[in-house]
Write a protein that binds this ligand. Structure first.
Ligand code: ADP
Length: 478
């Protein structure tokens, strides 16, 4: 345990000092009064001693009132320890019980000054006692007998030192306990402050969260309105496109029909010959008309898909004949180009639950793209059965598509800019329609390609699942 010279506990000392001063003041004033009543005249010293006690009570009291608690404690403790010893002056050493009262001063020092103060006070009191015993003549007393004087001296030493030791030990114990209590209370105060700070933080966070929630709610409402408006605009755009495309198809069919008739059956015009130049122009009118019709058909499909009006006529369709048909179309499109056609499917393949017109449309688009963009090498059409689906692909060794364009080309009206538009005419709608049609069947479409090396377009179609009762069933939702 560490030594300390501070007060063990200021509040304890300030609680103890005032009643102590009152009691001592009263006792010393009473003694003074009794001395006066008894008309004690043998010596003036009892008056001086009790007077000094009263004076030290007063001095200590006024120091206490000025807030100098420690000095007030020093004054009263030393007065209480030394003044009883001074009673030797009038009453001598032997048979003088008053001297034993100096133990009160020693004990008081422990409470009022510091835990180790009793030792110092006891040392001073014993020193004073020794001086008065050895040199009694200083205060006009005669030297007492050695034996009794020694006995008094020893019992005083024992009394004061044991009082000092006990007070010192008790003071340290009290000091330790009080220190522990103070530390605990300051710790819990710190903890409370921390708790209050955390609570304030929490409240602030909650407030911020509420504000954020409000903002989020408003944003959601705004978003909802914007989405509804966008959907309405989207729907009206799509239905406008559908109507327009429909209206355009009728005159366009007339243009194509008449130009075809003029080229294929010139005899219809009363045998009037058509010059080569006119015939070439009419052929151009027919070609452009057919291109325009293809574009309008694509737009019509797109619009139908967007407004959700494109309905599929699903049925169990055998895949092999469909793929064989595509092989024939590809060979017609390639004519005599040095491109090898490969078949990467083997019969039998499982039947698929699809709208065959739409699947034919998808395959035709992929095969005609492969033919458009492949001048040498090979083109293959393939298929493979999986658990619930069939994977179909069209592979070519054509010009390929750069990584950066691979997602883009599935968007409407997107084409690879580096591909020569004149050499490869198109609308940029085919692939987006293909992907929608595949997704409408519950399948997916993807592309693997490397620039300059070729491309593989693959998609899945749902298989017809044999049900337990023998009827055809659909695959699980994807
Ligand atoms: P388009 O009518 O222009 O062919 P698509 O949507 O079918 O429209 O194709 C979009 C673009 O993707 C094409 O213009 C072309 O640039 C690219 N593309 C499609 N298929 C291939 C392919 N097999 N090889 C290389 N590029 C291709």
């Amino acid at each position: 345990m560490h030594r300390t010279n501070t007060l063990p506990d200021e509040s304890l000392a300030s609680e103890v000092l005032p009643p102590l001063l009152v009691v001592i003041g009263a006792v010393s004033a009473m003694s003074f009064g009794l001395l006066l009543l008894a008309q004690w005249r043998a010596s003036i010293s009892p008056y001086l001693i009790t007077g000094a006690l009263v004076a030290s009570v007063w001095a200590s009291g006024s120091l206490f009132q000025r807030g100098r608690l420690r000095t007030a404690g020093v004054v009263i403790s030393y007065a209480l320890a030394l003044l009883p010893i001074c009673s030797i002056i009038p009453f001598g050493l032997l048979n003088n019980t008053l001297i034993y009262l100096s133990a009160i001063g020693v004990i008081a020092a422990g409470v009022l000054i510091a835990p180790d103060a009793p030792i110092r006070v006891a040392r001073v009191a014993l020193g004073t006692l020794m001086v008065l015993v050895v040199f009694p003549s200083i205060v006009g007393q005669e030297r007492a007998d050695l034996g009794p004087s020694l006995a008094v001296g020893m019992s005083m030493t024992a009394l004061l030192l044991s009082a000092a030791a006990l007070t010192w030990a008790a003071g340290y114990a009290i000091h330790g306990t009080i220190g522990w209590a103070l530390e605990t209370s300051s710790k819990s105060e710190r903890r409370e402050q921390l708790l209050r700070a955390t609570q304030a933080d929490l409240e602030r966070t909650l407030r911020e969260r509420d504000q954020l929630n409000d903002r989020l709610y408003k944003l959601t409402l705004d978003l909802e309105t914007a989405r509804a408006e966008a959907e309405a605009a989207y729907r009206s755009k799509a239905s406008f496109m559908a109507t327009m495309s429909h209206e355009l198809r009728t005159p366009l069919n007339i243009i194509i029909g008449f130009s075809s008739a003029m080229i294929d059956h010139p005899e219809m015009y009363d045998g009037e010959p058509i010059s080569e130049a006119i015939s070439a122009d009419i052929a151009e009118i027919r070609r452009s008309g057919q291109h325009l019709l293809g574009l309008i058909n694509d737009i019509l499909d797109l619009a139908r898909v967007e407004v959700g009006r494109l309905e599929l006529n699903k049925a169990a369709v055998p895949l092999v004949p469909l793929l064989d048909e595509m092989m024939r179309t590809a060979s017609g499109l390639l004519k005599d180009r040095p491109v090898l056609l490969r078949r990467e499917y083997v019969s039998p393949l499982p039947t698929v639950l699809v709208d065959d017109v739409r699947v034919r449309q998808v395959l035709l688009n992929l095969v005609s793209n492969a033919c458009k963009f492949t001048s040498v090498g090979e083109i293959s059409v393939g298929a493979r059965a999986e658990n619930y689906e069939v994977i179909v692909w069209v592979r070519d060794t054509g010009i390929g598509i750069a990584d950066s364009d691979q997602t883009r080309i599935f968007n409407q009206f997107e084409q690879v800019e580096s591909h020569d538009a004149k050499q490869h005419p198109g609308t940029g709608l085919g692939l987006s329609i293909c992907r929608w049609l595949v997704e409408l069947h519950g399948g997916r479409m993807w592309l693997e390609s490397e620039l300059g090396k070729g491309s593989i377009f693959s998609f899945t179609l749902p298989r017809v699942q044999p049900a337990l009762n023998g009827a055809a069933s659909k695959p699980p939702e994807q």
